[in-house]
Design a protein around this ligand. Structure first.
Ligand code: SAM
Length: 283
């Protein structure tokens, strides 16, 4: 008897992974949490029926959401990660000796607990001395911050449920305030392909574009995400993601990546015509 995990990418499109066994199923105060084991993508995390990460392709997402800003801003010392309870972003950032402190604000402590048990290679850095973990709502946390961070990374779920507040004008405005005068905000920015995802992407872009002087979008191919074409937001008070890319400085640090390179960095900001139009329509 075969057992498949299926995620509805639209009402008429389903994405399925054949499951060897279910490792965990539980409900926290915020969401349903499931962990499965599969032959093809290894273990994978599902929140409220939505696939969050798989062992096979999580490196793509976590490298692309973490290293692009690190290759542009010349002196990132203090970082705020909102969401990211699986630890993947922190694992990427901790490779930089130049980073002095990382605040991780994850609303759901159960996600961290489950990921520590079933994804130890992804959560490995959460106990680093430079990392402080808060079990708080990122929307409320950032309200109390002023001129504090060089980089904010919003590694959230999608714009509904607990993640909804992380796609609001208020939140982006508070991120702007929480950043130093040359700070950068990077966020997971949904996808341009299916109608609902494209709408969410446009809504977020419109708000961030209204908040930051420099607001660019870049892309990566993430096989297990809806359509595989995934976007990230790069919003900046001072640095341009291409003009201020510091290729030589970044390459000299010998940061270990399987997906990100400074050459790919440049290509990632060159978007398909339909995506450029989608974004232009809300600028
Ligand atoms: N990093 C994974 C990936 O590869 O896409 C998935 C993202 S991570 C699991 C998303 C996290 O955002 C979840 O753990 C969720 O609990 C957290 N989250 C959602 N809303 C939040 C909020 N308002 N404040 C802080 N964390 C939130």
């Amino acid at each position: 008897m075969e057992f498949w995990y299926s995620e509805k990418h639209t009402n008429d499109i389903k994405f399925s992974i054949r499951v060897e066994r279910q490792l965990y199923s539980g409900k926290s105060e915020y969401q349903k949490i499931d962990v499965f084991e599969s032959k093809e993508v290894g273990r994978f995390l599902v929140l409220d029926e939505f696939l969050m990460l798989t062992e096979k392709d999580e490196f793509i997402y976590h490298e692309m959401i973490s290293h692009v800003a690190m290759a542009v801003h010349p002196h990132i010392k203090k970082v705020l990660v909102i969401g990211g309870g699986d630890g993947g972003v922190v694992r990427e950032l901790i490779q930089y000796d130049s980073i002095e402190h990382i605040d991780l604000v994850e609303i759901d402590s159960k996600v961290i607990e489950v990921c520590m048990e079933f994804f130890p290679t992804i959560t490995q850095s959460l106990q680093e001395r430079r990392v402080k973990v808060y079990h708080k709502d990122g929307l409320r946390f950032v309200r109390g911050c002023q001129n504090e961070y060089d980089l904010i990374i919003v590694d959230s779920t999608d714009p509904f449920g607990p993640g909804e507040g992380l796609f609001t004008l208020e939140f982006y405005g508070n991120c702007y305030k929480a950043l130093k005068e040359d700070g950068i905000l990077v966020n997971q920015h949904e996808s341009p392909f299916y109608t609902e995802d494209a709408l969410a992407c446009q809504k977020a872009h419109k708000k961030i574009y209204a908040t930051f002087p420099i607001c660019k979008i870049y892309q990566a191919h993430i096989p297990t995400y809806p359509s595989g074409h995934w976007l990230f937001g790069f919003a900046s008070k001072k640095y341009h993601p291409l003009r201020d890319l510091q290729e030589e400085r970044w390459n000299k640090q010998k940061i270990k990546c399987k997906y990100y390179t400074t050459t790919l960095h440049k290509g990632a900001f060159y978007l398909p015509a339909y995506v450029e139009e989608l974004l232009k329509n809300v600028e």
